[in-house]
Design a protein around this ligand. Sequence first.
Ligand code: SF4
Ligand code: SF4
Length: 151
Amino acid sequence: MPKKKNKKKDRAAGKDERTKKPGCEGCPSLCCYDMVIPIDRPRTRADEEELTWQVQYDTIRVFIVNKRWHMIVAGKCQYLDKNGWCTRYETRPERCRKHNPPGCERYGSFYDVMLETPEELGAYLDKERKRRAKRRRKNATRRAAQAAGKG
Ligand code: SF4
Ligand code: SF4
């Protein structure tokens, strides 16, 4: 039996009324705040120190999605008006056009790891270092076993 339409409920849940998929309806234009910049994964101690220094500012956060690192710089797009509408919607940049639900801020699904403070970043980097060291030890043990088997 088809479900009874509840437009009000769909709007509140942010669903597109026609497709029933997650939509922009009712969203306070979250993606027009806080600029996202792709960054390189920190590979050296100097990289880590630089990123740690940047993250100490409360306007800067870092997130990782699909192993790719990004920086978030808090702020608001100057083309967003005070009512939450884009004032250049027809000519908005490609990046804005490609940014759609459900892979967006509103649905919380745009990151795997969010690092907001130097402490969180430090803990994550420590964990990664330990994980890589463990993997190296495991590989070395396997190679040694293979070499012993051949010999
Ligand atoms: S793309 Fe996502 S964050 Fe941006 S307006 Fe639509 S629902 Fe809101
Ligand atoms: S150009 Fe428009 S859609 Fe893009 S971030 Fe600015 S206000 Fe939002």
